[in-house]
Write a protein that binds this ligand. Structure first.
Ligand code: GLP
Length: 236
């Protein structure tokens, strides 16, 4: 594991963007695994700037996102599809047809999950997967459980996740209670993983995930088994 401690969020965002940009420069047709939440916003801003200045070309890139709320479509400004469009895809020269986010409005989420996994497989897997970490140790929306789930699947969100994410909604009652998330198989089969975390409140769970027992009760702890994991942490 490569553990990089940086001085602040701007530094974290620049380093994460540089790592993703180098992946795209080295392999223009790569598959980027992308994440939502507040942590990657700065990284996406930097990547947009690098694209505008001509330093990175996303025209051949394909992206697959980790997760989506159940019942929110891309026109809903709380959906992760909307988040990705606004924070990244609308600002770079990626072909929107090649940007994938699980469909939280699919009639059959089990089938949607199977199709999403088949899609990732058909793309040859993920070259680099960007991850944030939830306060309960979740990655994507893989919540603490008695087992790790391999496939893309529907999940009940943990009350603590609903509360943490309510800051983005008008009220806690508006936060969807369920979501669809990539499972551990596609995440762990990514060739590289880049986990970013900022803020003092993330330190305890990050330490637990990276140095504690590998357990589905701390979903991110499975990352200890990944052969090419980079973690960037900033306290501020
Ligand atoms: C959300 C997302 C995760 C994200 C996490 C942390 O629930 N599903 O992919 O990593 O919460 O979010 P933040 O970066 O806002 O702390």
């Amino acid at each position: 594991m490569n553990y990089i401690i940086v001085k602040d969020y701007d530094d974290l965002s620049r380093k994460a963007a540089n790592i993703i940009a180098s992946q795209v420069i080295l392999k223009p047709g790569c598959v980027l695994g992308l994440a939502t939440g507040s942590s990657p916003v700065g990284t996406y801003t930097k990547l947009s700037e690098m694209c505008a200045s001509g330093d990175v070309d996303f025209s051949k890139v394909t992206s697959v996102n980790l997760d989506e709320y159940e019942g929110l479509d891309g026109t809903n400004d709380q959906s992760y599809r909307y988040f990705m469009d606004k924070n990244l895809f609308d600002k770079i020269n990626i072909d929107k047809k090649n940007t994938y986010v699980p469909n939280g409005c699919a009639a059959d989420l089990k089938k949607e999950g199977e199709e999403y996994d088949a899609l990732i497989k058909s793309l040859g897997g993920i070259d680099i997967q960007l991850l944030g970490i939830g306060l309960d140790g979740h990655i994507g929306f893989n919540e603490p459980d008695e087992f790790f789930t391999k496939e893309t699947h529907a999940v009940e969100l943990d009350p603590s996740t609903i509360e943490a994410n309510s800051r983005f909604f008008a009220s806690i009652d508006d936060v969807p209670k369920r979501a669809i998330t990539m499972g551990m198989m596609s995440i762990m089969q990514a060739k590289k993983i880049l986990l970013i975390a900022n803020g003092k409140n993330k330190k305890e769970i990050l330490d637990k995930a990276l140095t504690g027992p590998i357990t589905p009760m701390v979903p991110a702890s499975i990352l200890q088994l990944h052969p090419d994991l980079t973690v960037i942490y900033s306290e501020n």
